[in-house]
Design a binder for this molecule. Structure first.
Ligand SMILES: Nc1ncnc2c1ncn2[C@@H]1O[C@H](COP(=O)(O)OP(=O)(O)OP(=O)(O)O)[C@@H](O)[C@H]1O
Length: 394
């Protein structure tokens, strides 16, 4: 069995003079996984997250990071806090230095890194969150979304193995929330294990690989999003509602309109099943191609050429590098979050799509589209453009 990234063993915790906030909590997270800790207000989410890097110490039980129990002496805690980065719900409580550079440099400085190493770490972290050029800005002059990204940069600068994020989208508008989730997806693609807390079931359903459901300080389940959110009894116990797409599936199934075996994994799969039911098969309407541009070494003229030659081209952009390049080129994307599924949905409506991205996200696009083709038996044409120009027929 591989060593989990983090493991909670029979954890109990009570704030002094208060009843237990965590009761017999036991579960572990696989390395590289992305997990949503979901529960209603007061369930114990923040309290549990604060255990992950030793900010709070359990009354009994233990927390293991990379197989090692957390030790609460300050020297050992420093190492745990390098490995386990924590982004708080209120970014203002995390940003305190006069300039963003100093803020992001704070962690590496405390770890005793050399000047050059710190400069490089700050530069890399600000680049990763799309805040290059903001080094001299006072953090309190940033917008809500920028503050969240700045707080993430402060954590990334220490090259964490695990990222803990309390309510990542709280106080953000939908576009700001989508940007943060997209950034978390990119960070996860680079191998960082992510645990975030939320009571937003839509977010948890669309983003997480696994869901841990908590209520009244107890873990109700740790399972795949579908099985958690389809369990009406669990949802009731946790005072939560089902994600809209599952609720629709349930209603259609109850009325005998949809007799599917498993609930759909998302909007794309739901649309697919409805299309199958309506018996409008894809052979009558062949999907439009999906172009893929790898912008790792900059945007060449390919995107402009596509925009000029393909009518009603839809543009999806994934990742900080790609977003920055599009912004610099003055190109507005049609979708920036849930890009792969949105692209497939548009291609099925015979609208040509181009996805601009780079790095590990390229493989993610290929994999997801291949999976869709296999499951739906609908052939899609994924066409990398700009380099070797070979179409991949799935
Ligand atoms: N500093 C504290 N002192 C005493 N009790 C606390 C403290 N912080 C939290 N609690 C209690 O611990 C329980 C869990 O709180 P916690 O903040 O962890 O829940 P949560 O799931 O994060 O809630 P929310 O979604 O509202 O942020 C609650 O009953 C809360 O009242």
């Amino acid at each position: 069995m591989p060593v989990p990234a983090i493991e909670f063993k029979d954890l109990n915790f009570a704030y002094t003079g208060h009843p237990d906030s965590l009761k017999a909590v036991s579960f572990s997270l696989k390395k590289g996984s992305r997990t949503a800790l979901v529960g209603p207000n007061g369930a114990g989410k923040t309290t549990l997250l604060l255990m992950c890097n030793g900010t709070l110490r359990p009354t009994s039980g233990e927390v293991l990071v990379g197989g090692e129990p957390i030790k609460y002496a300050s020297r050992q805690l420093r190492e745990v806090r390098r490995k386990v980065g924590m982004v708080f719900q209120n970014s203002d409580s995390q940003l305190f230095a006069p300039t963003l550079y100093q803020d992001v440099a704070f962690g590496p400085l405390n770890l005793g890194w050399g000047e050059d190493e710190i400069r490089q770490a700050v530069s890399d972290a600000l680049f990763a969150v799309g805040l290059t050029g903001y080094e001299r800005r006072p953090p309190h002059h940033l917008s809500g979304g920028e503050k969240k990204r700045a707080a993430i940069a402060g954590v990334l600068a220490m090259k964490p193995e695990i990222l803990i994020f309390d309510e990542p989208t709280s106080s953000l508008d939908p576009a700001g929330a989508a940007e943060i989730m997209d950034l978390l997806e990119e960070i996860n693609q680079q191998g960082v294990t992510i645990l975030l807390s939320t009571h937003d079931v839509e977010l948890a359903y669309s983003w997480a690989d696994d869901v841990v459901l908590i209520e009244g300080g107890e873990i109700l389940t740790h399972a795949k999003p579908c099985s958690v959110f389809c369990d009406a009894d669990l949802m009731r116990r946790a005072h939560l509602t089902q994600p809209a797409v599952l609720s629709l599936h349930h209603h259609l199934a109850c009325r005998g309109i949809m007799k599917d075996r498993d609930p759909p994994a998302g909007l794309l799969e739901m649309a697919q099943r409805i299309e199958e039911m309506a018996a409008t098969t894809a052979t009558h309407h062949p999907p439009a191609p999906i172009y893929l541009i790898d912008c790792a070494s900059g945007l060449d003229g390919t995107l402009r050429l596509l925009m000029e030659t393909v009518s009603s081209l839809r543009i999806g952009v994934m990742g900080t590098t790609a977003k920055r390049q599009l912004a610099e080129a003055g190109i507005v994307a049609d979708f920036t979050y849930g890009v792969i599924d949105a692209s497939i949905l548009h291609a099925l409506r015979q609208e040509t799509v181009v996805i601009v991205t780079s790095g590990g996200m390229i493989d993610r696009v290929r994999k997801r589209i291949a999976e869709f083709c296999e499951e739906s038996r609908i052939p899609l044409s994924l066409r990398p453009v700009g380099q070797n120009d070979t179409a991949e027929e799935c």
